[in-house]
Design a protein around this ligand. Structure first.
Ligand code: NDP
Length: 601
């Protein structure tokens, strides 16, 4: 039996890896990412905004210094950093009815951030906000977005409930022209793009999905008019006489299920692949403690510490100390004793695999400890490496299956067979329900153009989709050659820090504000990365070790394009030396003041 050398209990590594492969193979399907339905035509109502009424307004036909597309963390952080530098003429364009991005849309019961608020919430120090809990709930994050908007005076010029229809570079004027679905037709010297990775809801392509005569909605458009209750955790009293099905057991469902289990007469949790659900251990933040630690520069120290604890180097202390840092801590402890000549990529991958096997074995054991029904406990075990799917952390999800009236409907990896007028069918059995809630996630593997709803047109009419035909090409994940004065705020080809996405965004926002400020002060009309610098950056990225996330060995999901990684996915990587090293690098690149590889003219 192959075992992990340093474990007290032996783990049959070969048997587990064989089980991982068997479970993955069971889930592979010929239609891959095509299995999902786009919310258009007869399904368009699933994407409508239930939260804010659309207000009529006059179209804008003016000019702004900086237009930012997307009113989530990226737009807010970039807007704030620009304003701090005296660039006040900033307009944010947002398809939702207010700021917040993902936190505007995701108001399902129990919605909460899995990354510690001290590092997740941007601009805490600037706004003076103290998070109320280690892992805050969604309404607090949404409120914080609005706080940033107010503090930096970003509301007045913002355009809500507005979708971009076209974004075109006008070479003769060195500016961008922006047209929207509200008749706006205005120009901007600079444009930021922060449309986020997970914002277009999708439905599973289950036969009969349109036949259901009961009520249904997607989790990112929660209908509290139907369920009763509210996003603050008010009980969903209208469900007390309802049979409810929730399709999907990803990070959203894991948080919503405990609330539905309390509220519904009967709850059917339909599972295709179980999530790994580790301990949450949430706790309130003590204002006295916060006052002591929140000295000048505290959030940067916490951000740097959390990121350091996600890396392979030495980390003195672990301020956040949670499930995210635990896995890397285990990995580090396995490689620390390797002699320098044994520090190979292969050995590092092996150490990572062993740390992961140990961790996942513990997580699987937790289901046996928590879930009383032995069959349900077995079905709730996740058989894949922890980062193959989004890791989940919760202290009431598994416990929900001990509540009478809550039923796990495991589909053995096959998904729902059919939706009927009265309910759903799994393994030939029809379950009658009043309501079906789709916790089926968001589009990822579809084209960027489809997800954004427009295709930026750069110099000489070149579109972004043409420029990235073979895969993404940028420098720092921020600039693309042929698209002057256009800046991307996102993680890929930069730090690519997955465990704390906003860290990528706030650093990107700062970099952009520094460059725009430099352009304005020096009178440069155009800021553009050279082709050589972009090629050199992409070549550097490809020297890295690649990623576990997105591997074909993983169980299917949006991380690996449903088991068929796209050829261009090899470009969806970060700085080879890791996120911590990237942040040091970009800081030095900015401080040097010569912006190597980017031309100002
Ligand atoms: P996911 O894409 O992660 O989950 C979709 C779920 O629907 C999966 O369980 C999937 O099963 C299931 N599904 C799809 N098709 C079918 C079918 N035909 N029959 C049955 N089940 C089906 O979406 P989520 O909204 O849960 O999460 C999206 C992302 O948003 C997360 O990964 C995370 O990055 C983020 N998020 C973060 C949170 C946080 O910080 N706390 C909270 C919520 C979300 P299968 O796995 O087999 O494909």
């Amino acid at each position: 039996m192959a075992t992990l050398a340093d474990d007290t209990k032996p783990i049959d590594k070969d048997a587990i890896l064989a089980k991982y492969a068997e479970e993955r193979d069971k889930r592979l399907r010929a239609d891959g990412n095509e299995q999902y339905l786009e919310l258009k035509g007869q399904l368009a109502h699933y994407a409508e905004d239930p939260y804010t009424e659309r207000v009529d307004r006059e179209p804008k036909t003016d000019h702004v210094t900086f237009a930012f597309i997307g009113g989530g963390f990226s737009g807010l952080a970039t807007g704030a950093r620009l304003k701090e530098r005296g660039i006040t003429d900033v307009r944010i364009i947002e398809k939702g009815g207010d700021f917040g991005g993902t936190w505007y849309w995701n108001r399902y019961p129990g919605a909460q951030c899995d990354t510690a608020a001290m590092v997740y919430m941007p601009l805490l120090e600037e706004t003076g906000h103290m998070p109320t809990e280690k892992y805050v709930h969604a309404p607090e994050i949404l409120e914080h977005c609005q706080r940033i908007g107010r503090q930096y005076d970003l509301n007045e010029n913002a355009l809500f409930h507005t979708k971009i229809e076209s974004l075109k570079w006008e070479d003769e004027h060195s500016r961008w022209r922006i047209a929207t679905d509200r008749g706006d037709d205005f120009t901007a010297d600079f444009v930021g793009l922060g449309t986020g990775p997970l914002h277009v809801p999708k439905l599973p392509g289950i036969p009969g999905i349109q036949e259901f005569k009961g009520y249904s909605f997607h989790t990112s458009r929660w209908d509290y008019d139907y369920t009763g209750g509210d996003e603050h955790g008010g009980p969903m009293q209208n469900l007390s006489d309802k049979r409810v099905a929730i399709i999907g057991t990803g990070a959203t469902s894991v948080q919503a299920v405990p609330h539905l289990a309390q509220a519904a007469k009967e709850l059917y949790v339909i599972q295709r692949t179980p999530s790994s659900v580790d301990i949450r251990n949430n706790e309130p933040i003590d204002p006295k403690w916060f006052a002591e630690i929140a000295t000048e520069g505290w959030q940067r120290r916490w951000l740097e510490n959390f990121t350091a604890n996600q890396g392979i180097g030495h980390a003195e202390e672990d301020l956040v100390d949670d499930g995210w840092t635990d896995l890397t801590r285990r990995f580090r402890s396995r490689i620390k004793d390797l002699p320098p000549d044994q520090m190979t990529v292969e050995n590092m991958h092996a150490a990572w695999e062993d740390a992961d096997l140990q961790k996942m074995t513990e997580i699987r054991a937790r289901t046996d400890k928590v879930v009383e029904d032995g069959d349900a406990a077995a079905d709730l075990k996740a058989w894949y490496r922890q980062l193959c799917k989004r890791p989940c952390f919760h202290d009431e999800y598994l416990q929900s299956f001990n509540i009478p009236g809550t039923h796990l409907v495991d589909t053995d990896g096959q998904g729902v067979g059919r939706i009927t007028e009265k309910g759903f069918v799994v393994a030939g059995r029809e379950y009658e329900v009043d309501c079906i809630i789709y916790a089926s996630g968001f589009e990822v593997g579809t084209s960027l153009e489809r997800r954004m709803g427009f295709d930026p047109e750069g110099r000489n009419g070149l579109t972004l989709s043409e420029a990235w035909d073979d895969g993404m090409r940028t420098k720092h994940g921020i600039h693309t050659h042929g698209f002057p004065n256009l800046f991307f705020v996102q993680a890929t080809q930069g730090a690519n820090l997955i465990s704390n996405y906003p860290h990528n965004l706030v650093e990107g926002a700062l970099a952009i504000a520094i460059m725009v400020d430099h352009a304005v002060k020096t009178g440069a009309k155009e800021v553009e990365v050279t082709k050589e610098a972009q090629d050199a950056w992409v070549d550097l990225l490809l020297t890295g070790p690649g990623m576990i996330i997105g591997s074909a060995e993983c169980t299917p999901g949006y991380y690996n394009n449903e088991g068929e990684p796209l050829e261009e996915a090899k470009y969806a990587v970060g700085y080879p030396a890791g996120a911590q090293a990237y942040f040091v690098y970009i800081d030095n690149w900015l401080k040097s003041g010569d912006f190597e590889g980017v031309e100002f003219r």
